[in-house]
Design a protein around this ligand. Structure first.
Ligand code: HEM
Ligand code: HEM
Length: 150
């Protein structure tokens, strides 16, 4: 089951990134031409929220049931000195949770606003910070020797 979840989590990165990028692009374009908040914008923002939450659930399962998360903290002495062990056990886990929380706060703030401009602004700001964190914390092959493409 862990292998299946790992493939799901790994390939899902592209969908999560795509939806967040589309939601930001839509918000930035709308801010520049003063478009009123519409259904497409809502679906993009909500789609990015739902995909990040699914990624969070699968990530939590991998963290607590797989070998590279909680298991490392409990069973491997000196894991903090080993960059690869520390990455999943600490860095990826904590920063991705912060990023997904930012997406959630951005969506929620946008929803509470009345004015279109403020709705788009919340998405543009919160989703952009989240996107940056998510991009940096993905184990890309060009950043980590243990990174994968899929
Ligand atoms: C948008 C957010 C996230 C993205 C894009 C993402 C992406 C990835 C990618 C690309 C991998 C590498 C998979 C591989 O080696 O084939 C990975 C591994 C992992 N992720 Fe995430 N992740 C996210 C959020 C999370 C969260 C929130 C958690 C924990 C709560 C988490 C826990 C893990 C764990 C434990 C692994 C290692 C699994 C293993 O090899 O046993 N991830 N993630
Ligand atoms: C550990 C797992 C999860 C946590 C901690 C979590 C947390 C949250 C929080 C705090 C909100 C409130 C946002 C607001 O103030 O409006 C929210 C909303 C939402 N979440 Fe999650 N969530 C999780 C998993 C999921 C999953 C698996 C899905 C879907 C497959 C999902 C879909 C949604 C949707 C659709 C909303 C509401 C959007 C709206 O207000 O219109 N979440 N979640």
């Amino acid at each position: 089951m862990i292998t299946g979840l790992l493939h799901l989590h790994s390939s899902f990165r592209y969908l999560v990134l795509l939806l967040i990028v589309l939601a930001i692009a839509d918000a930035v374009v709308a801010l520049s031409n003063g478009k009123a908040f519409n259904k497409t914008s809502k679906m993009l923002a909500l789609g990015a929220l739902i995909l990040s939450h699914i990624q969070l659930i699968v990530g939590l399962l991998l963290y607590f049931l797989g070998s590279k998360g909680f298991n490392i903290i409990m069973n491997v002495d000196g894991f903090m000195k080993d960059a690869a062990s520390r990455f999943y056990a600490v860095e990826h886990f904590s920063m991705m949770i912060i990023a997904i929380a930012l997406v959630t706060v951005g969506y929620s703030r946008s929803k509470k606003q009345e004015e279109s401009k403020r709705k788009y602004k919340a998405i543009a700001i919160f989703y952009s910070i989240a996107l940056l964190i998510i991009f940096i914390m993905i184990p890309w092959p060009f950043m980590k020797e243990f990174g994968t493409w899929f």
